[in-house]
Design a protein. Sequence first.
Length: 169
Amino acid sequence: MLEIAEGVVRSEGATGLTIDALARAAGISKGGVQYSFATKDDLVRGLIERWTHRFDELLGEMDGVSPADLVRRYIAVMRTSQATMNAKMAGLMIAYIQNPQNVLETRQWYRSMFNRLSGGAGEAQAARVALLAAEGLFLLRITGIDQDGEWSAFLDDVESVFERLLEKR
């Protein structure tokens, strides 16, 4: 059902995702959808959890990975997940973060990333700045900055500056 929900978001945008719209797209009753997702918030949470899980799988095992290599992976995953995480889907984050529990979970995920990038060494600092820049680009995608394909070029800039910072160490 989440696959169908992603299709609804792609075609109709985040505001088009409703229990009714999902039921129509899936060819089932509204009650059938509500059996799995009682509310739209539950549905949005399911989509965000699915995307986060996919992203984490693409990142792979992170224990023992240097800050620089972790950010290199992060940028590479952002590039490969462009088709999945388009601006319409990213817009669901707006609805998602309106729930305090979801905000807490999001903070915990980011805190775990920054814990992996801790320390005062130049590599760790450069990695944190690159992660912040990449995440800033993600948030800009919510506003539709990628309409002209600029997002990828901006990500190239982040990656290039990051690598130059590492060379200067």
